[in-house]
Design a protein around this ligand. Structure first.
Ligand SMILES: [Zn+2]
Length: 241
């Protein structure tokens, strides 16, 4: 789970620890490749998982749709033969990370930028309209965040997004039911515990301090700290009406 990829003037520049420098991402992707692994989109990873072919694949996700994804992350992904999923906020395109009150302002991709990333083979998913925690919303507002963001991504890329990503990783049974009902195929969480499944995929935060030893430790601990995603659930590709 990545967010922003940009040079850092000082560590104090990044109070939410959401920024990885291009040099660090370059080394992390290089490490993956040397370990015989390849970064792919979450959709590709799930399809491979359902078919029993996910060995050697790592799902790479970039949340929020920062403009720096196109500038810094995409060229590195290409250089290392990787793809990724980018979770965008159609209500804030061309704006910035208004929800991070303390953080430095980081511009978000506009519609044209999102379209260009999709054209470059990046899987575009929805992160909701305005980066609001779904559990804080009533049924109607939650449904709007899910359905309208999905419609707007479809209008930009020509493809209805298969994936959703819960803002702040905030998810419960009510949110899972709503994401499913809105027509998504899967959704990314962070530490969903007993809710782990196709609609609450666990992810590991990767940051600027993650060199080879820390990444190896995270890879080792991930299956211990988080439940594996059951394969039977990913085989069922049937979508609700
Ligand atoms: Zn986010």
């Amino acid at each position: 789970m990545y967010h922003s990829v940009a040079p850092l003037a000082s560590p104090g520049d990044d109070p939410y620890l959401v920024t990885v420098t291009p040099a660090r991402l370059d080394r992390q992707l290089g490490l993956l490749r040397r370990c015989g692994l390849r970064g792919v989109s979450v959709g590709e990873l799930l399809a491979a998982h359902a078919a029993g072919r996910s060995a050697g694949l790592v799902g790479l996700s970039f949340d929020d749709g920062y403009a720096d994804f196109a500038e810094h992350a995409l060229p590195l992904l290409r250089r290392h033969g990787c793809t990724a999923s980018l979770y965008v906020l159609p209500g804030l395109l061309g704006a910035d990370n208004v929800w991070d009150v303390r953080g430095p302002r980081k511009p978000l991709l506009d519609a044209e930028g999102v379209r260009a990333c999709a054209g470059a083979g990046v899987e575009i998913g929805s992160h909701g309209l305005f980066h609001r925690a779904l559990p804080d919303l009533d049924e109607e507002e939650m449904a709007r965040e899910l359905r309208e963001s999905r419609e707007r991504v479809r209008a930009i890329t020509g493809v209805a997004p298969a994936g959703f990503c819960y803002p702040y990783g905030a998810v419960g049974p009510r949110e899972i039911a709503a994401v499913r009902a809105a027509g998504y195929h899967h959704a990314c969480a962070i530490d969903p515990g007993p809710l782990t499944g196709r609609y609450a995929l666990p992810r590991v935060h990767v940051g600027e301090r993650d060199g080879a030893p820390r990444l190896a430790l995270k890879a080792l601990l991930h299956p211990i700290r988080r439940r594996p995603v059951p394969r039977a659930e990913t085989v069922d590709a049937g979508r609700p009406a």
